[in-house]
Design a protein around this ligand. Structure first.
Ligand code: AMP
Ligand code: GLY
Length: 426
């Protein structure tokens, strides 16, 4: 089997690592991949531009690619699945219309509210004056969200009306997010513990993956600005059996059914960002792809063949698919460049990676690195994710931090409390 993988981050390194381990897979063509991804056996550089969907489809057609797998949301929201379908090519991922679940927060919220799927109450606006005057009816804290894709920056949790007004002005008047901020949501601020519930669906059957939890803020204790994610672990004790079945019954199945009823069936990875509140699980957002960095611990625990699960989803055959997990906990701690999530420099040499090679229970997934003359250098904000597996959260966390001690680069920083919530949970 020949697979084409789009993306180049830590999530894609984990996907590539898992996919190339499959005996079903002969070749993994990467768009563009990374030096770490291209160091994997079976991985090859395609040389095609990630942003050019037509060139990508032509390339996949010429190469007789059996299945295309997408890491980030942008190609899905831009319609890669539809472009490939025109040539009879299979993509594991939703159509452009179904990808609206992530591409438009208003589309997502309307679908949730219409179908009584638990989420924060919300109102939509495209006019600053109207939005600002509506704010008077909201008791802070409130959350202001840009409708479209804003690289994770389009959500502002506001403690005061002034802050909310400022966020509304930046989106609706100053057009900070361009077209993505032409419409906005004002929504109720939910309180609880966040968790990631990721499932694979063929449009009908929903196959939940193990639960996981991300750490979005840059500093320990969930302080400081938001990042792409500073670490993750799986399983997440907050998503115990009872809570997971509630999420499946009250959120995942109804969402997949609602999408099918709209005539836009959702096939691919459906990732619910959840707040586990006193009243139960509520949807903060949907993503239409795997989470980064949740994918790193998830795939480090997955014993089943990912390529075969994704193929089954594309062919509408998930009914017979069962997933097998390593029962141990996996933890991924992200090491970031000095200054991240603000300005940072690249090109710092990374040492110590060699000491972690060949271990069975530790793997380093690269997010932003470059290989030059046999040496690794930093090449992004999030540089790498040290991922470890152990019996229970405490052991897995200890192993990950012990491994992290080997790695050094100038300016390197990482959170010291990844997995703490799992360890401390009674
Ligand atoms: P989103 O991109 O919608 O997941 O939002 C990014 C982050 O903003 C989430 O991970 C939450 O931490 C926070 N957030 C979003 N919506 C809400 C909400 N309704 N209540 C509280 N926090 C929220
Ligand atoms: N871990 C957050 C995300 O992938 O969006």
């Amino acid at each position: 089997m020949k697979i084409l993988l789009v993306g180049s981050g830590g999530r894609e390194h984990a996907m590539a690592w898992k996919i190339t381990s499959s005996p079903m897979v002969d070749e993994l063509l990467c768009v563009p991949g990374s030096d770490a991804i291209l160091s994997l056996p079976k991985a090859k550089n395609s040389g095609v531009d990630q942003g050019d969907l037509v060139a990508l489809a032509d390339y996949a057609s010429k190469q007789c690619v059996d299945l295309t797998v997408i890491g980030p949301e942008a190609p899905l929201v831009d319609g890669i699945t539809d472009e490939f379908a025109k040539r009879g090519l299979k993509v594991f991922g939703p159509s452009k219309r179904a990808a609206m679940l992530e591409g438009s927060k208003i589309f997502c919220k309307e679908l949730l509210l219409r179908n009584n799927i638990p989420t924060a109450g919300a109102e939509f606006y495209d006019d600053y004056e109207k939005a600002a005057s509506a704010l008077e009816n909201w008791e802070p804290p409130v959350v202001v969200k840009a409708d479209g894709l804003a690289a994770g920056k389009g959500v502002v949790v506001c403690d005061t009306r002034d802050k909310a007004r400022e966020a509304l002005k930046s989106m609706l008047v100053d057009k900070t997010f361009g077209a993505a901020g032409e419409r906005v949501i004002i929504e109720e601020c939910l309180v609880g513990e966040e968790a990631s519930f990721i499932a694979i669906t063929d449009g009908e059957v929903v196959l939940p993956l193990a639960g996981s939890q991300d750490h979005k803020r840059v500093d320990d204790g969930d302080k400081g600005p938001n990042t792409g994610g500073m670490g993750a672990y799986s399983p997440a004790p907050v998503l115990d059996k009872a809570m997971s079945s509630r999420v499946y019954e009250e959120i995942m199945l109804p969402t997949v059914r609602a999408m099918a009823a709209l005539g836009t069936p959702f096939m691919g990875t459906l990732y619910a960002g959840l707040m586990i509140t006193g009243e139960g699980p509520k949807v903060l957002e949907f993503n239409v792809r795997f989470g980064d960095p949740e994918t790193q611990p998830l795939l480090f625990r997955l014993e089943s063949d990912l390529a075969s699960i994704m193929s089954a989803a594309v062919d509408g055959g998930l009914k017979k698919t069962k997933i097998k997990w390593n029962p141990q906990t996996a933890v991924c701690v992200v090491a970031a460049s000095g200054g991240y999530p603000g300005h940072y420099d690249k090109g710092k040499e990374i040492t110590g990676l060699g000491e972690l090679e060949g271990l069975d229970d530790v793997y380093v997934f690269h997010a932003g690195t470059k290989l030059k003359d046999g040496r690794w250098y930093t090449n992004g904000g999030r540089v790498l994710g040290v991922t470890a597996r152990g019996q229970g959260a405490r052991t897995a966390v200890e192993k990950a931090y012990l491994a992290m001690q080997k790695i050094k680069f100038e300016g390197m920083h990482f959170r010291k409390d990844i997995g703490k919530k799992a360890i401390e949970r009674p």
